[in-house]
Design a protein around this ligand. Structure first.
Ligand code: AHR
Length: 337
């Protein structure tokens, strides 16, 4: 009897011990898991893959910095950055790598308008939303991207022409040379179209030469040198699709022995500090602003998308026009890029 009692006590204590251990064990596992989940939630970042065109201009550098600063300094994001060195094939490779890495959102600043269907279809199939930054694309199926953040380039071209006509007078005969941006880029196509829309309405104004300077200072200078060589004193104004090319043209005009801003009026798009300095110095005349500080808008769009909200199809940027020395001098101290 005593033996049975001892055996029962032993069995009971063993059972209790097993139960106690199991409870402790299950407690510690669940606590661990909860913490892990909690940590994971707190750490879950929105992964944004950004395919940038390159670093061809001061504007482009300002755009890259804005995105790196905004997303890089915000713990809610993880930014994967890729510089395509001006090549569409590099951008396509970068997009495929973002898809393979299963990023949450792809941001694409497309170098040219055409040739995106296949890779964007791949992103769509992988359910990764694509946000276009600053430049547009030409696709039949508009559902291949979610939103476009950037400027109205046609309007910029129209404003450039309107301001030039205001400056020089409707009744003056004006010969214009045009420095286009990268061939096939929406920024070049649309700025050319907008400018031509207004110019063709006034028979005193003629675009006598138009060629690509690839949005760079060196190429802008080179093309302007060629224009000066062929048309020399016949040129009254130069319209550059960006500031870097305008700055190259200013140098070419000076080396040719003429005064930029006086003998040849200079109209430019972007609004980097260096062109404000040139206008303040009387070497250029009109700046059509194009805002590269797209980081905050991209961040907001990414947060909204992640929260399941609808975002606007075209998120436009605020811009203005600056004409003449005084306007440039006043604006210079507060220019951010
Ligand atoms: O797409 C915007 C244009 O690209 C800017 O005007 C130019 O400077 C840049 O390289």
């Amino acid at each position: 009897m005593q033996k049975t009692k001892r055996l029962l006590t032993y069995l009971f204590s063993t059972l209790m011990l097993i139960l106690l251990l199991a409870a402790c064990n299950s407690d510690s596992t669940s606590t661990g898991n909860n913490n892990e989940d909690g940590d994971k939630k707190a750490e879950e970042k929105i992964v944004v893959g950004f395919s940038q065109i390159g670093a061809e201009s001061g504007w482009r550098t300002a755009e890259t910095e804005s995105i790196k600063e905004t997303l890089g300094n915000d713990s809610r994001f993880e930014l994967k950055f890729s510089d395509a060195q001006q090549k569409q094939e590099n951008q396509i490779k970068a997009l495929r790598s973002f898809i393979a890495q299963k990023v949450d959102i792809i941001a694409l600043a497309p170098v040219v308008e055409s040739g995106w269907e296949t890779v964007l279809q791949e992103a769509k199939d992988a359910k990764i939303p694509v946000i276009l930054l600053d430049r547009g694309i030409d696709v039949k199926d508009e559902s291949l991207y979610t939103s476009f953040i950037g400027s109205d380039f046609i309007l910029e071209g129209e404003n450039a022409a309107k301001e030039l006509i205001k400056l020089m007078g409707e009744d003056t005969k004006v010969n214009i040379v045009e420095l286009q941006g990268t061939v096939g880029a929406s920024a070049a196509n649309d700025r050319m179209e907008g400018f031509a829309n207004v110019i063709k309405e006034n028979s005193n104004y003629n675009i006598i030469k138009s060629q690509s300077g690839d949005f760079t200072r060196a190429k802008g200078k080179e093309v302007m040198e060629a224009f000066l060589k062929s048309d020399g004193d016949n040129i009254d104004a130069v319209y550059a699709h960006n500031d870097d090319m305008a700055l190259g043209a200013i140098q070419a005009i000076e080396e040719y022995g003429l005064k930029p801003g006086e003998d040849i009026k200079v109209v430019s798009v972007d609004g980097i500090k260096a062109i404000f300095e040139a206008v303040a110095a009387g070497k250029a005349n009109i700046i059509v602003e194009c805002n590269p500080l797209l980081g905050p808008q991209l961040a907001q769009a990414a947060l909204d998308l992640q929260a399941g909200k609808e975002i606007e199809r075209w998120i436009k940027t605020e811009e203005t026009v600056f004409v003449g020395k005084e306007a440039a001098e006043t604006a210079l101290p507060s220019r951010k890029y």
